[in-house]
Design a protein around this ligand. Structure first.
Ligand SMILES: NC(=O)c1ccc[n+]([C@@H]2O[C@H](COP(=O)([O-])OP(=O)(O)OC[C@H]3O[C@@H](n4cnc5c(N)ncnc54)[C@H](O)[C@@H]3O)[C@@H](O)[C@H]2O)c1
Length: 467
């Protein structure tokens, strides 16, 4: 099928490359010319395991193309994905201006054939109908500007605000659940696919698009039964995305709250989480206590849901509490450093990891940023080593932190280390050597990730979260 993906970030580029890999002909559109140039040369602008390989293979077979020309993409695609960012506004609402610009642009470039416009961006509930309206605005504006005659529509539903324009498209909500760091794997091995629309025609095309994935033709385990496809209305599909992220964030806040109680009563939250997680009604995933959730999705999606509830006269108390617990948790490492080192002014603290999770280069709303800010405010010098940030030299707007090129340079002269991101390689560093380079060999394990016995055997004082 002919597909256009607009916005080539973590979601759009992975979606485009994976759809090309399963045989569709994809044009990816981005308004960032530099990114487009990079992608045309076969390089991925983001770090995501396995992405460059499938991108390059698809370029070779001619299944994927990159452009900044929206008209080329819209003309090509029978299915048009909107996958631009929806960052948070200071009020907690989603900033939908990029989605709006793309929807208007689609309208301005829409040609005769029937199109399915798919919201893959995480957008506030009700955005499906809003996108339809903006696309209609775009069509009307173009027709007014060019004096084009009104074309007879083939499909879709009449929109009363634009009786002069007959739509020839439908809107589908198809929320994305991939996780950065395993995005390609997640796309080929999803737990479910959610499709929201009131158009049977659009849903049929979407099902056809995803058939190879639903049939697990590209899955790690091809013997599994087909991927469940939930077909529902637009608003419910949009809500599935917010409710999923809100649930996962709340689950982490829950175990962090339990960890803080464990700390006080002398229980070990790792053992407690094991005991809880063995209950099949609860499950063991997302029960790792630590320094809180962050990243580009959980904080903004939970805030946006709280905001939506508020708009409709409901106070989302549980979600607000999950956020409050998280805000406090993100500074728990500072509390622990103060307990061990007392005064932080004049001390040097080394952060192991900067990105919000391992196997990604994404620093958006990473807990490391709060830590750096707070430690600097308290007069400490902050150094950091991160496998991706140190290697790529990308600073992601980092200030007040010295980024070291290897773990030993990081340890040199430090009064304590804080493990911020659970990169696998941090388990196997030469802690004996690192400890000898430090002023005081202390490690705050912000993810309960290190082998406590091995760390203590290397001469460190080990402090976990809730242990
Ligand atoms: N990152 C994730 O793990 C994840 C997971 C699920 C859902 N989502 C949602 O998916 C959406 C995209 O997230 P992301 O992390 O991929 O964003 P991103 O910021 O990484 O990428 C957005 C891309 O859109 C491009 N863009 C912006 N305006 C454009 C325009 N007018 N025309 C063409 N391109 C334009 C930008 O240049 C950028 O490359 C968001 O709504 C997010 O909430 C993200």
């Amino acid at each position: 099928m002919r597909v256009c993906v607009i916005g080539t970030g973590y979601v759009g580029l992975v979606t485009g490359a994976c759809l090309a890999h399963i045989g569709h002909h994809v044009i990816c559109v981005d308004n960032n010319e530099e990114k487009v140039k990079l992608m045309k040369s076969g390089q991925s602008p983001i770090f995501e395991p396995g992405l460059s390989e499938i991108m390059q293979a698809a370029i070779q077979t001619g299944k994927i193309e990159f452009t900044s020309d929206l008209n080329a993409g819209v003309t090509h695609g029978e299915i048009l994905f909107i996958a631009v960012g929806t960052p948070p506004l200071p009020t907690g609402e989603s900033d939908t201006r990029y989605v709006e610009a793309v929807a208007r642009g689609i309208g301005a470039n829409l040609n005769g054939g029937y199109k399915v416009i798919v919201n893959k961006s995480t957008v506030p509930i009700g955005s499906g109908d809003w996108v339809r309206m903006i696309v209609m605005d775009g069509i009307a504006e173009r027709k007014a500007a060019t004096g084009e005659p009104v074309l007879a529509g083939v499909g879709g539903v009449a929109v009363t605000s634009h009786p002069e324009v007959e739509p020839n498209f439908d809107v589908v909500s198809n929320p994305e659940f991939l996780r950065e760091g395993s995005a390609v794997y997640d796309t080929f091995n999803p737990d479910r696919i959610v499709l929201g629309s009131n158009s049977a025609r659009a849903i049929e095309l979407m099902k056809e698009l995803y058939t190879p994935i639903v049939e697990r033709q590209f899955a790690e385990d091809k013997s599994l039964s087909p991927v469940p496809v939930l077909v529902t209305d637009l608003s419910s599909a949009e809500m599935v995305k917010y409710a999923s992220n809100a649930f996962l964030a709340t689950k982490i806040s829950f175990i962090n709250e339990v960890a803080n109680i464990c700390d006080r009563v002398g229980a070990d939250v790792v053992e407690v989480a094991k005991g809880i997680g063995l209950d099949s009604r609860i499950g063991g995933k997302f029960l790792q206590a630590g320094i809180g959730w962050g990243g580009s999705c959980f904080p903004k999606d939970v805030s946006a849901l709280i905001h939506t509830a508020d708009d409709y006269g409901y106070e989302a108390q549980l979600l607000k509490a999950a956020v409050t617990v998280n805000e406090r948790q993100r500074l728990i490492a500072v509390e622990k450093l103060q307990q061990v080192l007392k005064i932080l002014k004049g001390k040097t603290i080394g952060l192991l990891g900067l990105t919000f999770k391992p196997d990604t280069d994404d620093m958006r709303d990473a807990p490391a940023l709060n830590l750096i800010e707070q430690l600097t405010r308290l007069g400490a010098k902050v150094k950091a080593y991160d496998p991706i940030v140190s290697q790529t030299g990308l600073r992601h707007g980092l200030s007040d932190v010295i980024v070291e090129t290897d773990p030993e340079r990081l340890a040199d002269g430090c009064d304590a280390l804080v493990l911020v991101t659970d990169w696998q390689q941090f388990r196997n560093l030469d802690y004996v050597k690192m400890g000898k380079l430090m002023q005081t060999p202390v490690v705050i394990d912000g993810r309960n990730f290190l082998d406590q016995e091995a760390i203590e055997a290397a001469g460190f004082r080990y402090v976990g979260i809730g242990r």
